[in-house]
Design a protein around this ligand. Structure first.
Ligand SMILES: *Cc1c(COP(=O)(O)O)cnc(C)c1O
Length: 451
């Protein structure tokens, strides 16, 4: 097992600080950035990266940071993973683009074959490739509407589905994703999520599903629903893991109502939660599944994969895009998926969870501000609250994140209330680095504790 976790890169796997963070070179680049890059593009951590691999990012000042972000769940196979680099280098020298809709190439077809093999369910499947998660979500909605002849799309509280116009409407959180960017697309309806930490104590998944479904039936009408779209474990919304039974009940309702159950696995997919896809955990088989982030080792590639009858209901030419399924990105995806299979990165994700969860639960015992520890595989979060309550404390979450950054550990925040620290290490991170990162986190909580 530890052998599988050994980073396959030459970059020293260590946390190393040679300057303050950010260092002088990063500060220079930050000044150039401010003078030329739109202020609307955010920065989590003010260091500029020079190299990355395994579980570390090396900045332009020579600091080596432990990566618990994976570029937001993208480099599951590690940054610049050797097999991805080799595949990209070969493809980029052969041809870089033809447009698959003009003159096709084998890599696109091979990626779709892989997706048919690894996604849940053994039914006949088809796929279409795109560039971003938002684009995959938009296209899944187009396909569901076309196949059902219906318009309504149901999404959940705390959902994140992207930043394009339709996906902004589907995303729950106003600031920063939607504020000032309306009007939003119509026929999007939001219903309550199963959120065990914030739901009434003891509410089961079946009860939470009944609450959501009653709202759909009363306010949308079952016969109007084209699709119910859900993240099996919510991402930007704060790594909310629904209570057991919730997803199967929603999927079953969709089957009976003739609506398409769409799993948005853009963040949870590709071994992140300890299986190829998170819906497999409860044996849920979605009609359509949206994929992106972890798919291609850092190159932009996205997909909708699903039932052949739905995917083929769209008229020829109805789906596509100039760059969708770019050959270089397809080569990277084939190498990434091969790496996940050969290194059993699903098992690696489970091992990461098995290291992190007990350690974080022990930290919760001595830290009253940690209200909840949750997640699955290598998708783990702690929710920060005012001690003894469920009242969010986004200020403390931000200051813990900043303290980790200053010590050379990349952690991200999330959550509708901004009070969740989330951890998404590359699945090839070494055990020592992971433990060291948890030490830094524990020290940050200890330093923040009221004296
Ligand atoms: C990131 C994300 C998206 C949007 O993907 P982009 O590639 O940023 O457009 C959609 N859904 C989920 C669940 C995501 O995490």
């Amino acid at each position: 097992m530890t052998d599988l976790l050994t980073p396959p890169v030459a970059l020293p796997q260590e946390r190393r600080q040679v300057t303050e963070i950010p260092g002088p070179r990063s500060r220079e680049l930050l000044a150039r950035r401010a003078a030329t890059v739109s202020a609307g593009v955010g920065t989590t951590l003010p260091v500029f990266v020079a190299r990355a691999g395994g579980g570390v990012l090396v900045d332009v000042d020579g600091n080596s940071l432990i990566d618990l972000g994976s570029g937001i769940a993208v480099v599951n196979v590690g940054n610049a993973a050797p097999r991805v680099v080799a595949a990209v280098q070969q493809q980029v020298a052969e041809f870089t683009h033809t447009c698959f809709m003009v003159t096709p190439y084998e890599g696109y077809v091979a990626v779709c074959e892989e997706l048919a093999a690894i996604t849940p369910g053994d039914h006949e499947k088809r796929s279409a490739l795109f560039n971003t998660g938002s684009e995959a979500v938009e296209n899944a909605v187009k396909i569901a509407r076309s196949a059902t002849g219906r318009q309504a799309v149901v999404v959940f509280d705390h959902a994140y589905h992207g930043r394009t116009n339709l996906t902004m409407a589907m995303t729950a959180k106003s600031m920063p994703y939607k504020q000032g960017f309306g009007p939003f697309a119509p026929e999007v309806y939001r219903v309550p999520m199963s959120y065990p930490f914030r739901d009434p104590a003891g509410m089961t998944g079946a009860e939470a599903a009944a609450r959501a479904l009653a709202q759909i039936e009363a306010q949308v009408g079952a016969g109007n629903v084209a699709a119910v779209l859900i993240e099996p474990v919510q991402g930007e919304g704060g790594f909310v893991v629904p209570a057991p039974g919730f997803l199967p009940a929603i999927a079953e309702w969709c089957r009976a109502a003739g609506a398409v159950f769409i799993a948005d696995e853009v963040q949870t997919g590709f071994c992140r939660t300890g299986d190829w896809f998170a819906c497999a955990d409860e044996g849920v088989v979605p009609g359509l599944i949206t994929l992106a982030k972890g798919m291609a080792g850092g190159l932009p590639l996205a997909a909708v994969t699903g039932r052949a009858d739905l995917m083929d209901a769209v008229h020829p030419g109805g789906l596509g895009g100039t760059y969708g399924g770019n050959p270089v990105a397809c080569a990277a995806a084939l190498a990434s998926i091969g790496t996940m299979r050969d290194l059993d990165l699903a098992a690696a994700a489970r091992a990461i969870g098995a290291t992190m969860l007990p350690r974080l639960r022990a930290l919760q015992q001595e830290t009253p501000a940690i209200g909840d520890v949750r997640g699955r595989g290598a998708m783990i979060a702690v929710e920060i609250v005012r001690p003894g309550t469920t009242e969010p404390d986004p200020g403390l979450a931000a200051s813990i994140a900043r303290a980790c950054h200053a010590q050379g550990v990349v952690v991200l925040t999330a959550g509708t209330y901004g009070n969740v620290l989330r951890f998404l290490p590359p699945l090839v991170i070494g055990q020592d680095l992971l433990t060291e990162a948890l030490d830094v986190l524990a020290a940050a909580f200890a330093a923040a504790a009221p004296a």
